[in-house]
Structures are given as C-alpha cells and as structure tokens.
Design a binder for this molecule. Structure first.
Ligand code: ADP
Ligand code: MG
Length: 712
C-alpha cells in the first residue's frame, strides 16, 4: 500500500499491533503524522564517553562502554530487582531494573560490548545505574544518531513494556526512511525568505535528528514560529469575522451628555491614558461592528470614570447602559459615586443587587422596560431573566476575572430585540461590551488568549499619587506594627487589616479572623478607637453598614476578609496590613494593596507572615516589596503559576502549545503575530497565489482539533 501521513501507525515496520496499541493509548499516536509530531522534550549530549573510574557522585547522566559479566536476581522486601554487573577496563558498576525484569533478562547479552546511558547513583560503595538506556556497540555505531540525542515524551507503562526512548528513536528513523522525510511546506515563500527559516522537511528532520545545537535551534525556531503563527492567524481572523458579522448598535454621535459632562462636571483632568482609551472606545462604538473590548488598568488607574463616560456615549445615542460588579459592596460604591455625577446631568440611575427589595425591583423592572431608567448598576442580579432593558446599548463588566464567560454571554442577550416580526425573539442585537480588569494580563498572554478581543490599557496613574511603601514583617514583630498603626491613626489615617479567606478552610479562616479581631480590639480599646469588621458570613445590610462607617471616617480600623479585595475606595485609608500574607496569591496581594494609596498621603502596605515560608511565598513577598507595577507583578505571577492557572481552564486549549513556550518565546510570538497581521492586511481572504500554502494549511485547521495534526 502507499504510505501517506494518515497511514495508521500499525503499518510502520517495527511497530506491530501491540506496540501500536500502546502508542495509541499512552501517547495518542494513531498515524504516521502523529508520530512525526511527537517532539522531543529535551536532548542529551552523547558525544562524551566515560570510564567507570571517572564517574562522579553527582547523579549526572553519563554514557559508558563496557560488558555485562553477570546477572542476578535480588529479592527484597517489596518485589525483586534484577542486577547486572557491568565492567570496563577501569572498574565495575551495577545496572539495576526494578520493573520488566523478565523481558530485560531475556534480552541482555553477556560479554558483548554495550553502550549504556543513564543517571548514576552511588550506593553501598558501588556506582549503579537504574534502568539504563542500552545499546549493543555494533548497533550504536550503525544507528542514525546525532550528538544531540532526543528524549521523547513517555509514560511509565511504555517503558515497562519495553518501548524505551531508544525504541521510539528507532521507529522514528523507520518513519523517515519510509516517508523519505519529505513533508509539505506550510509557510509561504515570502515568510521563509524574510525570516530566513529552514524548510518544513529540514526542520522536522532536525528536530528529531539534530547533529548539533545550531541545527536544533533553527529547527525549533521554525516550528515554534509556525505553531504561533497559525494560532495568531486564527485569532485575528476570528476577530475580523466577528467584526464583519456581528453588527453593532450604531452610536453615531457624541452628544450633549458627554460634552456637558466633559466641559462642566469632570471632577479632574483626565490622564493621557484615560483620554486615549476613551478615543479607542469611541471609535469602536462609532463603527458598525459590536464592540468587544477589554480594558486593563492597574488598581486606582481610574477605570470608573472611563466607564461612566462610555455610558454617556450610549445615552447620547438614545440607549441605556449598565455596569455590573462582582460584589454588593463594590456595586453600592459604584452607585454612590456615579449617582452624584449622574444627578448633575439629570440622568436616572438605579442600583439592583441581591438585597434590593421587591418593590424596588418592580420599580426597576418597569422603568427599564419603558425606557425611563438610563443607567442600571448592580451585581449578578442584573443577569436575571426578569431584568429586561428597552434598549441596552452598552454593558460594562467591572473586574471581569470574577465573572465567567457564561455570565458575559448572558449580557449579550439583553440587547434590544429586532423589530423584524419574523425573527425569533432571541436574535437581539448584542449591546457593546466593555470588560474592565485590574488584574493585568501580561501582553504575551493577552495576545495569544485574547487575540479575538480588542485590548485597551490605562498605563498611567492619576497625578499626585505617591508610591505605596511595602514591607514584610514577621508575626513576632506585631507589637511594632501595632505601634506604627497607632501613630498613623494619631495622624488621622485609617487602617485596613485583612485576613485570608480560602474556601476550603472557611471555618478556620473565620476563626483566625475572629481571633485577630479580638486581639485588635484589645490593643485598640473602645472608645478611643473605633473598629469595623466585615466578612463573608455577614448579612449584606450589616456589611454595608460597617463599610459605610469606615467610609465616613467613623471607624479607624477595618478588619476584614478579602471581601474588600476589589474596588473599595476610601482615600483616607493609608495603611494596609495583610495577615498571613504567604497564603495569598500575587494578584490578590496586589489588589489588596491597591485599596490604599488613593489619597494624597504616603501609604503603606505591611505583609505579615509566619517564619516558615515556601520558596514561592518568598518570591511573592519579595516581588510585592520590590514593585508597585501591576504588569510586572503579573509577569512574575505568570512565571510562578504558569499560563493555565492564571487564565483558568477555559482558555487552556489555546495555551496547550506543543513546542512554543509563551514565557520563553515572547519574541517569536511577537513576530508570529506581526506576520499573521501582515499577511491578512494585504490579503484578508488569503486568495493570492503567494499565500496558497497558508490558505491550505489554515483550511486544514478546521478539520483537526490540533494544529500539529495536520501541519506536516
Ligand atoms: P480603578 O481603575 O481601580 O477602578 P477608580 O476608577 O476607582 O480606579 O479610580 C481611583 C481613584 O482615582 C478615584 O478616587 C478616582 O476618582 C480617581 N481618579 C480617576 N481618574 C483620575 C484623574 N484623571 N485624576 C485624578 N484622580 C482620578
Ligand atoms: Mg474599579
């Protein structure tokens, strides 16, 4: 039969039904193509051969030439092990197998020169090498081998069943023999020439059989570029298609509300970044496409005013707008702040949360539907089916990381229904969507994950802010910290003390919080000091009451769990104490710190920890003390936790890269995105002859889930 890349792996010489089965089950390798795209995890330098008397007790991987002089089975408490005595002209060592003894024993040959390779242990006065990779000398010399020996992904089961790295290597050689190693080019001539990339066939060969580091690097570069290029191409095309297909509500004018507010009521001069972002939003709203924009801005960068002014654009065009926030406290705060501004413009604005009572709700539902209500602020309550707008033009989501994709999509369907009688009611025109986040996503990640969202960034803080001073203190220095708090209160400042709240151990956390509260009350006695407490188990009304006391300056200290993490704005609060700071993630620490430094006074963040810190906690604390820059912090977070964790599972598909690494290959990503854009700018439908290979490859993308299932 003729061989092609879809040929089942069973047909490859040296594979056979049993091995094929294992390869399918363990590594998902079904076809020749899957095998080609099994890229090595790493490479070993096998140019060096060691003598047994040169071995060091450093557990390094080494290669030794010698012979097996005897084999024995040693019975131990838990199972048996197979031990072979291995000898060269300088000494002896042991080779040890704990698994697969029968098969191995049968295959080992005595008194024949072998090349063995593996990690050596020093044990009971001899060097031993467990589960060595071994090859008869004569084969070793014959094999298509390079100095950089590939190590393939494997599983315990595979190696137990004798499909060792060497076996994979051999069947890979066989595959190249059968296919003659010729693979269809998947990038255009232009790109190959401009970037001086090696051809597909050359890259695939050299990823498996590199002769030296340079060849390997070029192969890796080419394949990484290819992987990232097609991801970017997909994302950008998705975005283009979205824009041409999803019609947006036309916001044709900037009208009275916006202009009056800008001229007469703006409480401060906007920063350059705020102005730039407003322009970007304005452009989206004025185009015919639906806006889908992510607004990133560090805590305190002033996203709220941008949100409000965007809502004014909606109102100016006869539409309603809404703003959804993740917590009741935050919604109330948004409402209080924005109500003040709205009143000046005679705009009707309401708040809807879980604790709105029935008559309030009824009132809101009615005025939303008849169009009397202009702006609705609230929590998840906005998403309820009963909440129907007359003509929602803009939906804003604050702190989007707190919401799921599902909730975002619910807002989509709250747009005005089409007047067309024949259309089912569901085909509403979606409102424009603006999601805001203070959890900055590093650009590299944003590019690969949100390539289909447009991104705006407020990268500038309002003027006059002093950098927050952050320090790390151990629990045993608590008295000093309390003294510092007392001094700050003396100066008229307010203090936050925050305790961790982690779902799994909610009870314990609650106890910590209460113990902490009591000790704070002891050290800051009533009536000289007033203390608020807010935590998740309180009724919303009580929370709000306590919050308001703090906001009004009636209390000096706010003891809280992370319910205050997002958005709370009390400019007079200038000290943030974070208890058990080692238990918080970086972005959470940064969010919490963002609660202070909102006024003109010097602010402080004190990270309290116990003495026992893991390396990761140390790194987090050290990062917090070093910088206030949210993007820098996000970058460290990304390095500590990896992209999957940061973005949640929903995007993990995009991040499941086979050869490229978002952290290490930023430059390649940038270049891939640049070229993907360039190609599409000149030829959006990929119809020109020079892009034929790209079009073909892209079309195949639709057929397979995974890019590497077809690029060969
Ligand atoms: P965040 O981006 O964290 O939501 P906010 O919108 O709450 O930030 O703004 C933080 C504080 O900064 C608020 O008190 C707000 O009034 C103030 N602010 C926003 N923009 C400016 C500006 N351009 N000049 C001065 N103060 C500003
Ligand atoms: Mg905010």
């Amino acid at each position: 039969m003729s061989i092609n890349l879809q040929t089942p792996i069973d047909y490859l010489k040296g594979v056979g039904p049993n091995r094929a089965d294992l390869l399918r089950k363990e590594l998902g390798i079904h076809t020749y193509q899957d095998l080609i795209n099994l890229f090595p995890n790493r490479y070993l330098d096998r140019t060096q051969y060691y003598k047994i008397n040169q071995l060091q007790r450093n557990n390094a991987e080494v290669q030794v030439i010698g012979e097996i002089i005897s084999i024995k089975e040693v019975t131990q408490k838990r199972g048996k092990r197979l031990v072979a005595t291995f000898k060269d002209d300088t000494g002896i060592m042991e080779l040890v197998w704990f698994r697969g003894q029968k098969w191995i024993r049968e295959s080992l040959k005595l008194k024949k020169p072998y090349v063995i390779f593996g990690k050596v242990n020093w044990f009971n006065g001899v060097f031993s090498m467990p589960h060595p990779d071994m090859e008869l000398m004569e084969e070793h010399e014959k094999n298509l081998r390079s100095a950089m020996q590939p190590i393939y992904p494997s599983t315990e089961k595979l190696s137990n069943m004798g499909i060792t790295n060497r076996v994979i290597n051999k069947i890979m050689q066989q595959l190249f023999l059968e296919t003659k190693g010729r693979f269809v080019e998947s990038l255009s001539e232009n790109i190959l020439v401009e970037l001086k990339l090696i051809s597909k066939s050359e890259a695939v060969f050299n990823i498996h059989f590199p002769k030296n580091q340079e060849q390997l690097s070029r192969a890796q570069f080419r394949l990484k570029f290819e992987e990232l290029f097609y991801i970017q191409l997909q994302l950008i095309l998705k975005n283009l298609i979205h824009k041409s297909k999803i019609k947006g509500l036309p916001f044709t004018q900037v009208g009275t509300y916006f202009n009056t507010f800008y001229k007469d009521h703006l409480p401060f001069e906007l920063t350059h970044a705020q102005k730039r972002v407003l322009k970007e939003i304005r452009q989206d709203l004025g185009s015919n496409a639906q806006m889908n924009r992510l607004l990133q801005g560090d805590v305190g960068s002033g996203k709220t005013i941008v949100a409000f002014m965007s809502m004014l654009m909606a109102l100016d065009n006869g539409f309603q707008a809404c703003l959804m926030a993740p917590t009741e406290i935050l919604s109330v705060q948004h409402y209080n702040g924005l109500q003040e501004l709205a009143n000046k413009l005679n705009i009707s604005i309401k708040l809807l949360t879980g604790s709105s009572n029935t008559s309030e709700r009824k009132e809101i539902h009615k005025s939303l539907e008849n169009g009397e209500l202009d702006i609705l602020i609230g929590t998840h309550a906005l998403l309820e089916d009963k909440v129907k707008f007359k003509n929602l033009g803009l939906a804003i989501i604050d702190e989007q990381h707190r919401f799921g994709v599902e909730q975002r999509s619910k807002l989509w369907h709250k747009g005005p229904s089409q007047s067309d009688q024949n259309e089912p009611k569901t085909s509403a025109t979606p409102p424009h969507i603006l999601v805001m986040t203070a959890t900055p996503i590093p650009r590299t990640l944003a590019m690969s994950v949100y390539g289909d969202l447009d991104i705006s960034v407020i990268d500038e803080l309002p003027p006059g802010r002093q950098a927050i001073k952050t320090v790390h203190r151990y629990d045993k220095n608590r008295l000093k910290v309390f003294r510092f708090i007392r001094d700050e209160i003396e100066k008229g400042r307010q203090i936050y003390i925050v305790y961790p709240l982690i779902q799994e151990s909610e009870k314990m956390d609650y106890k910590d919080l209460m113990d902490g509260y009591e000790s704070v009350v002891r050290d800051f006695p009533h009536p000289k000091y007033q203390i608020s407490i807010v935590h998740g188990q309180m009724k919303p009304a009580d929370k709000e009451f306590e919050m308001q006391r703090f906001i009004k300056g009636e209390t000096n200290i706010m003891v809280a769990t992370t319910v205050i993490e997002v958005g709370v704005n009390v400019p007079n609060a200038s000290v943030m104490i974070i208890e058990s700071a080692e238990r918080f993630g970086l972005s959470q620490l940064h969010q919490l710190r963002g609660r202070v430094g909102r006024g003109a006074e010097q602010s402080y963040c004190i990270l309290m920890t116990s003495h026992k810190l893991s390396n990761d906690s140390k790194k987090r604390i050290e990062t917090m003390c070093r910088t206030n820059d949210g993007f820098e912090i996000a970058e460290v977070d990304l390095n500590l936790r990896g992209p999957g964790d940061i973005m949640g599972t929903q995007q993990s598909g995009v991040l499941n890269l086979k050869i490229a690494d978002l952290l290490k290959d930023k430059d390649i990503l940038q270049s891939a995105r640049f070229y993907a854009k360039k190609v599409l700018q000149n030829d959006p439908r990929l119809v020109s002859p020079e892009n034929k290979t790209i079009l073909y490859t892209y079309q195949q993308l639709g057929k397979y889930k995974n890019i590497w299932n077809f690029i060969s």
